[in-house]
Design a binder for this molecule. Sequence first.
Ligand code: SAH
Ligand code: SF4
Length: 400
Amino acid sequence: MTDLAPFVTAESLTEAERVRILAKSALFSPPPPTLADGRRELVGMTREELVVELDAVGEKPFRAKQLWHWIYHQGVTDFAAMSSIARPLQQKLAERFVVGRPEAAVVQTSEDETRKFLFRFRDGQEAETVYIPDRQEDRGAVCISSQVGCTLSCRFCHTGTQTLVRNLGAAEIVGQFMAARDAYGEWPSPHGETPRLLSTIVLMGMGEPLYNYENVARAMRIIMDNEGIGLSRRRITLSTSGVVPMMDRAGTELGVNLAVSLHAVRDELRDEIVPLNRKYPIAELIAACRRYPGASNARRITFEYIMLRGVNDSEADARELVRLIAGIPAKVNLIPFNPWPGSAYQPSTRGAIDRFANIVMDAGFSAPVRTPRGRDILAACGQLRTDSRRERPAAQNPLP
Ligand code: SAH
Ligand code: SF4
């Protein structure tokens, strides 16, 4: 017998959900990019907006191209150092604009060289950024935050114990990467070559990037722009806990690599440890992965799977995992649980991890076990949290 229940197409659901998510995220908007003295922040503007800003002060569009080069290729923050611009114009720009950076309030370096930055933004809110150097080669990944706190409350995640304070603006997202580059003296951007130390970006810091999509997208477009930082979309990985309607959009519009925080293979358990699953259950999440644009063997989707002792690490779980992802160009990152003060779980034993990994590998997927980095400075996956708090409660309920 056919199911006669009213049928909602995936597309119509997606559109309605998209509108809802965008409306709610407006409640957590970052502060406007204008300083108290009226000067405008140039970082975070699109090229088109830069042209409009300059036009408003009587400057031609080619100035936008020049400025873009100084800001994003050379990494210059001081107009006086922009030598292709005449002094009177430098002064005029400095009166009206600023090229800012978040302030590094605390910088800690782990015994394994991982470095954690606590960045403070103009309104005093804070978020963490982590630089993870490659052990073998002169390159590394910058783990960037997309929100101060998180609306979701995954049971194993330290950030999830902090309610969402606000979304980060595009300037603050790009600014984390630029400030990390400042710290490593990585300017100017290499032209058409692989960048040096800070060679990849993972959107795996604090927050859910797909609940702050507009700002994240704008920031990634700036970072990918060839006349500036020029990082290829292949070097950027966006991690989501499974905001299904926004996954399609990220794939189509940005084309970055996708990482999905799966962590459980049965809805009953995933509902509990990744509460967003109650809204977008496993079957919908996996379907969104199957249709993720650009996924191929060369660009595989990463499934992140945190290994929680006695909770999700059985051989039956591993077999169900390979059944779920069969046919998807994918790899599985096994992340031993990183504890934080007050956390309720234990990392899986080495034996359980190995048995799990073998089942996944036998099914043809690569299944690296991620060695935790920067645990001693609480910089490892899921350990980030700041003391930022919201001054007044949100007018309405937070997401989801
Ligand atoms: N909100 C996004 C991105 C940030 S979390 C997401 O959830 O995907 C980045 C990764 O760290 C996710 O896979 C997350 O599940 C994982 N993680 C969170 N807490 C962890 C912990 N205590 N130990 C190990 N990994 C953790
Ligand atoms: Fe938020 Fe990701 Fe942490 Fe879940 S794992 S609480 S989605 S940051």
